[in-house]
Design a protein. Structure first.
Ligand SMILES: Nc1ncnc2c1ncn2[C@@H]1O[C@H](COP(=O)(O)OP(=O)(O)O)[C@@H](O)[C@H]1O
Ligand SMILES: [Mg+2]
Lengths: 113, 137
């Protein structure tokens, strides 16, 4: 599905990457534990409740470009600058991580294997 | 090519600066992206440890056509039992470290999985040195 469809499904707010919403995403992974994200071979969209500079750094090291931050947490300017340098799309949602995962699973986003 | 970075004590915001910079350098050198990811994931975990468990330290990088050698050395409290620290799930991390998204005892195992050679040496009350090598082949 496209990032636009993903954002719509979770009533998202696109903080970064508004011009890239036609890009397609197939797989997602959800975690607040960055060490877990760092074990992935794949580069899925990341759904997380962790909103700090290490979230962005982890995406950089793990080559993850698409990020959803849940539960109404707002990335700082500093985080968004770093995310922009790393060519990321950042979407926030007011919903809890569980609800974001549920909505996107129902909409057709797949887990990684 | 030799590169050096300083990891600043308590500077959680900047943890990962060395790894980020090494990533850019390896990209410019056209190293295979899968290999780059292995290198920077391991280096990032080591950098986070130098901040999370020690008082900062130094990152030394040597790149030649065949391989990258990385050393992360700190003057921290040291690791009393390295074999125990290497076990997945073992962690003495403070709550601040957990708040950063780390502290599940997966850092050293993640390093082990991603590099070709890992050597951890440590002396209690003196510090810890993590040496890692990855071949580009
Ligand atoms: N540089 C270091 N200095 C002192 N202790 C360390 C260092 N690196 C790791 N350790 C010890 O080893 C444990 C396991 O490290 P690691 O596998 O990275 O997990 P975590 O960082 O999540 O605790 C740490 O909790 C800490 O007790
Ligand atoms: Mg660690």
């Amino acid at each position: 599905m496209t990032l636009q469809e993903i954002s719509n499904a979770i009533q998202g707010n696109v903080c970064l990457g508004k011009s890239r919403l036609s890009e397609n995403v197939e797989h997602a992974f959800a975690s607040d534990l960055m060490s877990d994200v760092l074990t992935l071979k794949e580069t899925p969209l990341l759904i997380t409740g962790l909103c700090n500079p290490q979230t962005i750094r982890t995406c950089d090291m793990a080559c993850i470009e698409y990020l959803i931050i849940c539960k109404n947490k707002k990335p700082t300017e500093e985080m968004l600058e770093l995310a922009e340098e790393n060519n990321m799309v950042v979407i926030t949602s007011e919903h809890s991580m569980f609800k974001v995962c549920g909505l996107l699973y129902a909409a057709g986003l797949k887990p990684i294997n | 090519m030799h590169l050096e970075y300083t990891v600043v004590e308590g500077d959680f915001v900047n943890a990962g600066i060395a790894s980020s910079s090494v990533k850019k350098t390896l990209k410019q050198l056209n190293v295979n992206p899968t290999v780059i990811k292995r290198v920077v994931v391991a280096l990032y975990e080591a950098e986070v440890n130098a901040i999370a468990h020690a008082y900062g330290g130094k990152v030394l990088i040597d790149i030649d056509p065949q391989k990258i050698c990385m050393t992360v050395a700190d003057k921290g409290p040291g690791i009393p039992d390295i074999a125990l620290a290497m076990q997945e799930g073992y962690s003495t991390a403070r709550p601040e470290v957990r708040d950063m998204g780390f502290g599940a005892g997966m850092g050293l195992p993640n390093m082990q999985k991603n590099v070709d050679h890992l050597n951890v040496t440590s002396e209690v009350n003196k510090g810890t040195t993590v040496e890692m090598e990855v071949y580009f082949q």
